[in-house]
Design a protein around this ligand. Structure first.
Ligand SMILES: Cc1cc2nc3c(=O)[nH]c(=O)nc-3n(C[C@H](O)[C@H](O)[C@H](O)COP(=O)(O)OP(=O)(O)OC[C@H]3O[C@@H](n4cnc5c(N)ncnc54)[C@H](O)[C@@H]3O)c2cc1C
Length: 402
């Protein structure tokens, strides 16, 4: 679409003129500015056109727009959102941009579309988030109770559903989010976009194990997270560090492939769902509670790990071939521009429905101080967030350009 030719007659000072300028910037439109307070010819021209001094007045292509509304401006400049075509992306204003397409973000995309909003979802990876690493999904109602569905399948179903209702899902790592007047500007590796509102659903990070030797053997015997590959661990002696759901998922899976699996749980009791712990305990899986891993050692390959067990003063050594670190979630550093959002223990704090102190910025899922980090709770948080957001948008229409 060719760029609109815009001439902007302004008085240079009043609020309505400032808003028009902001809106033009928001749409990446370039324009020629004529100041009717300082330029006699422009002043005379506007008097003739309007019968009196008026501003702002825009000339867009062949159309005069005295004091246009946002809608009129979008119409005249051809910047109306068109879900079929993203050619004008970067110049399109979405109602909402969802950052992070794990289960919380995908639920938010779906919910926002049901509210009739134009939705762009961005993720630095393929949609699915943590779900992609699950060998099977246990705790989502009506899904996976017979171990028949993988996390990836659930992730694909979620993203297909979000797309089906009209959400645009794209790849892009979001590097910053800036509030500019009534709009939010989202910079990503997939392009720069504008929206009225943003939902942050960037999830949590992996808690690190900071002990001697981990860095040396990372990805050479040691890996983070439960996304484990059967072929790599087949017939090997594996140790899983952690006591939560993630650690138990890894242990259950590894128990089917490895020679034997030792779970070193840092707490006195595993924090995972009791049912998962029961499933994990088997002839190949041994759980040792109250342990602290102190070092890993090896020459070319990983050979040993050392740990201290509660009630036993001596350090113990365990021969291992591989280690999976699954210590659960840790907060992520906020995306630049969101540092001022209040946090609790490093997670975004929020009001009802994911509302934050910034109008039009909502948070959902594992990135927040949500109490229970499960699929069901993060999906619920994403959809509630979307609903609250469309209510917010309805009660906060764009200011009239006056
Ligand atoms: C091993 C394991 C097993 C689990 N098993 C179950 C289970 O059986 N049942 C259950 O109910 N729950 C389970 N859970 C919990 C559940 O998976 C999580 O609570 C859920 O995935 C969190 O969803 P989320 O959308 O908030 O975040 P995530 O799933 O972490 O998604 C966040 C997304 O944001 C993206 N992102 C982050 N930063 C950016 C950025 N700057 N720009 C663009 N994109 C970005 C990431 O790429 C990611 O896709 C399990 C969790 C783990 C780790």
């Amino acid at each position: 679409m060719p760029a609109a030719k815009v001439v902007f007659f302004t008085d240079g000072v009043s609020e309505s003129n400032r808003l028009v300028k902001e809106s033009l910037e928001a749409h990446h439109l370039s324009w020629t500015e004529k100041n009717i307070s300082t330029d006699a010819d422009s002043n005379a021209f506007i008097r003739k056109l309007c019968g009196a001094i008026a501003s702002p007045v825009l000339y867009v292509n062949d159309k005069w727009l005295p004091d246009p509304t946002q809608e009129e401006l979008l119409e005249a400049t051809g910047m109306r959102f068109d879900v079929e075509s993203l050619e004008t992306r970067g110049q399109t204003i979405f109602d909402v941009i969802v950052v992070g397409l794990g289960p919380a973000g995908l639920a938010a995309c779906h919910g926002a579309r049901l509210g009739g909003l134009s939705v762009l979802g961005l993720d630095e990876n393929e949609p699915g988030g943590h779900l992609l690493g699950l060998t099977d999904v246990d705790e989502y109602l009506g899904v996976g109770y017979d171990d028949s569905i993988t996390g990836r399948e659930v992730a694909d179903n979620f993203s297909e559903h979000a797309r089906h209702v009209g959400a645009v899902l794209m790849r892009g790592k979001v590097n910053s989010i800036r509030i500019q007047g009534a709009f939010k500007r989202v910079h990503s590796t997939g392009g720069n976009f504008w929206a009225r509102a943003v939902i942050i659903a960037t999830g949590a990070a992996q808690r690190e194990l900071k002990i001697q030797g981990v860095e040396q053997f990372l990805n050479r015997g040691i890996r983070y997270g439960a996304q484990v590959d059967a072929q790599i661990y087949g017939g090997r002696r594996v140790c899983v560090v952690g006591g939560g759901d993630e650690a138990m998922h890894a242990a259950i899976f590894l128990g089917q492939h490895a020679k034997h699996v030792t779970v070193l749980c840092p707490d006195d009791n595993p924090s995972a769902e009791p049912l998962l712990v029961q499933r994990a305990i088997g002839h190949k899986v041994r759980i040792i509670p109250g342990t602290k891993v102190v070092a890993v050692k090896g020459t070319d390959t990983l050979d040993y790990m050392f740990f201290v067990e509660k009630g036993i003063p001596e350090e113990q050594g365990l021969p291992i071939d591989a280690m999976v670190i699954a210590l659960g979630p840790a907060p992520k550093t906020p995306i630049p521009g969101l540092e001022r959002l209040p946090q609790e223990n490093g997670y975004f704090a929020h009001g009802e429905g994911g509302k934050t102190m910034f109008g039009g910025i909502y948070v959902a899922g594992d990135s927040t101080n949500i109490e229970i980090r499960t699929l069901m709770s993060v999906v619920a948080s994403g959809s509630l967030c979307a609903k609250r957001l469309w209510q917010w948008l309805a009660s906060n229409p764009l200011p009239k350009l006056k």
